[in-house]
Design a protein around this ligand. Sequence first.
Ligand SMILES: [Zn+2]
Length: 545
Amino acid sequence: MIPVLMMSLCALTVRAGQYTHADTLRGSNGSGRNWWDVTRYQLDVKFDTAAQSIAGSNQIFFRVTAQPGDSMQIDLQQPMMLDSVYVMSSSRTSGGVRKAAIVQEGNVWWVKYPFNTLKQDSLYSLLAFYHGTPRKAVNPPWDGGFSWKTDSLGRQWIAVSCQGLGASVWWPCKDAQWDEPEDGMINSFTVPLPLTCISNGRRVGNTQTDGNTTTTWVVRNPINNYDVTFYIGHYATWQDTLNGEKGVLDLDYAVLDYNRDKAKAHFGVVKTMLRAFEYWFGPYPFYEDGYKLVESPYLGMEHQSGIAYGNKFRMGYKGTDRSMTSHGLKWDYIIIHESGHEWFGNNVTAKDMADNWIHEGITCYSEVLFTEYTAGKENAAAYSRGLWAHIRNDQPVVAPYGVNDEGTGDIYEKGEAVMHMIRVMTNNDDKFRKMLRGLGREFYHKTVTTAEVEQYIAKTTGLELGAFFNQYLREKDVPELEYYIKNKELNFRFTNVVPGFSLPLTATGGDKKAAVKVNGDWAKVAWDGGYDVNFSKDFLIKLKK
Ligand SMILES: [Zn+2]
């Protein structure tokens, strides 16, 4: 996902405390979910582009992981309709196929079946047929749904974005961020000719019947539900390769046919970017599925192995620099940010969107690392600090768990600031880089919690970070440093910090410098640097003289 340009329009509405039963059903591992694990999805969708509706099926492959309950929760949002559901062994041919009863409760469909007859640890599947007119996007990608658009030649251009809103807005699934299909997906899309369809992963089928074309795509790696996508329009495509850390990486590009030449020039940065990210984060996490950039009718979205690109071939964020340092105008924000998500968001995914700072904060920091790779450390640090102007301190970065809430827009820049400060405190770039690469390896293709990430960062940097993370992730306010000078002594303390919190800062004044470890208690150092004191600009603090 991308932050909104200006601070005042933050997309992430603060929902503090106002949660519904539907939020809990969606956000927590209830009795209709906690006994089965999705292993694979096989989605098959036909588009009626005139009626703006879809119909199809999804075969949900799952393993029974605990004593089954009496029902299964399948998520499919209104006004979509689940027509029928069949329970069968893992393959469509062998074993019995039995129709199940279904009961709707808002955006949830309870599948009623004697699941207690299923054997634990065994594989089964559920074939769900459905149809409907999916929600239309209001302000994609932030307020998503289907975008039924036309391109500049008046031809149909159709796409979907659904992070936060959820994949269940258009296909029946277990819409739970912690349960990805470990064995990937097979997706087939049928659209009327002359339209073509582009999706995640590799295309393995392309057939034409009755004036329609059906393309089939395979994703071999685990994938977030909200990353599953399609782009329908008049596309020109081309391929390339990168000699990456794990061998040859296939690169695919798809843009509206009349943008081909412009895009070929503009996408030239992709290889440098992938090298930069492989340097800092380790190998691209999805070599089996390849890397793909697809022009979309909305600004952008980190669809795995099918990145949405809608920045209209401009530099920066829609031609502007969010850091207000000029460094952000030297590259295309959407290409860099959305591709950075392949490592954090897609490879390493938060179990609960309450921890989505892992996605947005570390990906926001990937912009800094790309700037460093292309323009040097000082410029990158300036870019990083420039982003802090967007921080709102409206609520803690980690949102309430189990209620499908992503929380504040501060998951971006404040999350990024956390990474920036950890780097400064590590004070050893080799160790810091090892930590970043280690995160991608330790949690490769996994879903994680903030606590797991905290522990891993503390362990690999050797830093005491408990209070640090509590302050910056679980308190809404940034530390306020209060100081005064008296009798040639600099007195200082933090006024509003959690117990045990401290920062290793440097006070400068004139040509004088002093290392000061600041915590919640008053402390002082000898000081003859005058009354105009500055404290380390690489820490997110407020000053109060
Ligand atoms: Zn993002």
